[in-house]
Design a protein around this ligand. Structure first.
Ligand code: SF4
Length: 357
């Protein structure tokens, strides 16, 4: 990043933009990454920021020799000033399942996420893989039974949502069948909550209707990611999804009773296009979109960052503009849905809802 404010300057930026220091520091850490640590390409961390009694989850790339952030002496340090205690830290491999919100949110990587390649910014190429491809209802049921036993749960009736995080379905029918199989398998263990899929292959209204019929209560997150340079940055199957089509799909979802939103990676587009595109989509979203700070995992990925976003002010301004954009919708972010958001502790002057992990 060309602008390299020290901790005091970062506090001044927090003041200038009316953003809590905690949020500014974590946005900066995501955008910059940290200095190498052990042989971890990325690490999942639980942090207790200075001045906060809460523990937050954050996942950082550890590859940037030039970064002002490093983990040392049990703390995340910014230019040698400790800004958060490190409560836990582990290598961020692609695991088969993980939990958020104390187990109310279950994420499954059941469809070869680690084997998916083609998006320039995707960390799959550098992460260790411990995920799998489970296709039959029986295999999925076995996984859910193991998850239940491993956590000492009597069933899965407490869970609000099961998310499948995968860009690897090549056809709508594959995605629909996989989600329907998860619905049937999870139903065996008392799950009656919502299924959630992140994907870009489900676009036609008929497919969405089939999804709703076969998989029940549903949340679809369109993996849109960016508005500019789509063919350069994204795999072909995602690049073909346009802004206008995304709005239409979200409208169809609303008609069919499917909650819909989109992913967006802040830092890939020019500032003007980022605001314009998200403003266009906001009225069509049924829940707050997954807006993530762009993380580069090596010098090659760093070159994909838009030059506008080399200044931390890009993210702080965008944060403020998007608060105004989303104000009329009544939608707001929730901590456990996004580990690298623009909003950690506050959104539009209000606290962001927890839990944080
Ligand atoms: S679709 Fe792109 S971002 Fe998603 S897992 Fe595949 S390569 Fe990664």
């Amino acid at each position: 990043m060309s602008v390299r404010p020290a901790a005091t300057q970062m506090r001044e930026l927090a003041e200038e933009y009316g953003v809590p220091f905690l949020d500014v520091a974590l946005i900066a850490a995501n955008a910059e990454g940290a200095r190498p640590l052990r042989d971890y390409p990325r690490a999942r961390m639980q942090l207790r920021p200075a001045g906060s009694d809460e523990v937050w989850q954050i996942i950082l790339p550890f590859d940037n020799e030039q970064s002002r952030f490093e983990v040392a002496d049990g703390a995340l340090r910014f230019e040698d000033e400790p800004i958060a205690d490190v409560v836990a830290l582990e290598n961020d491999d692609v695991v088969l399942t993980y939990l958020r919100a104390g187990g109310r949110s279950i994420t499954l990587n059941t469809h070869s996420r680690s084997k998916c390649t083609g998006c320039m910014f995707c960390p799959n190429v550098i992460e260790d893989a411990s995920d799998d491809t489970l296709t039959s209802e029986g295999e999925l049921a076995e996984l859910l039974e193991w998850l239940q036993a491993d956590n000492g749960w009597t069933d899965l009736s407490h869970a609000d949502v099961i998310t499948v995080c995968s860009g690897c379905f090549h056809y709508p029918a594959m995605a629909i069948e996989h989600m329907a199989a998860i619905r049937r398998a999870a139903g065996r263990y008392g799950f009656t909550g919502r299924l959630h899929l992140l994907s870009s292959v489900l676009r036609d209204r008929d497919d969405l209707a089939r999804l709703r019929d076969q998989a029940g209560d549903f949340h679809l997150t369109l993996t849109l990611e960016c508005f500019e340079r789509r063919t350069l940055l994204l795999k072909d199957t995602k690049a073909s999804l346009t802004l206008e089509r995304s709005a239409e799909i979200m409208d169809d979802c609303r008609d069919l009773g499917i909650v819909a939103d989109f992913t967006y990676v802040a830092g890939l587009d020019s500032y003007a296009r980022a605001v314009e595109g998200i403003s266009y989509l906001a009225p069509h979203a049924g829940t707050f979109p997954r807006i993530q700070v762009y993380q580069a995992h090596n010098d090659y990925m760093r070159r994909a960052r838009h030059r506008d976003a080399e200044d931390l002010r890009y993210f702080l301004r965008l944060r403020g503009e998007l608060e105004a954009v989303f104000a009329p919708t009544g939608l707001a972010p929730r901590s456990w849905e996004n580990y690298r958001p623009l909003w950690y502790s506050s959104f539009n002057g209000r606290p962001v809802a927890g839990p944080r992990v």
